[in-house]
Design a protein. Structure first.
Length: 91
């Protein structure tokens, strides 16, 4: 019996300055059947923060694009903190 596994879900975190590289990575993963969340074009408000938390929680993996811009990105730091909290809570 050939049982198919579900496609993994990946949350791609990156600094805005790295959007072109992040898009290429996301497209390459998607071409291989990976479900990737890597951008949300909505205003920054409480609902965005809640939505990011939901997406990270629903993801199988967090992929962080690290570059010189990463340390200056409040969003990447927030997404990392959210993922760490999720992992610690699960344990």
């Amino acid at each position: 019996m050939n049982e198919q596994r579900p496609h993994p879900k990946v949350f791609l975190s990156y600094a805005t300055e790295d959007r072109d590289v992040a898009t290429r990575i996301a497209e390459a993963l998607e071409a291989r059947g990976v479900n990737v969340w890597y951008d949300l074009a909505v205003p920054v408000d409480h609902s965005l923060i809640h939505r990011i938390s939901e997406l990270i929680s629903a993801s199988d993996y967090l992929l962080v694009l690290i570059s010189p811009h990463t340390k200056n990105s409040d969003w990447v730091m927030y997404e990392l903190a959210t993922a760490v909290k999720k992992e610690l809570t699960a344990r």
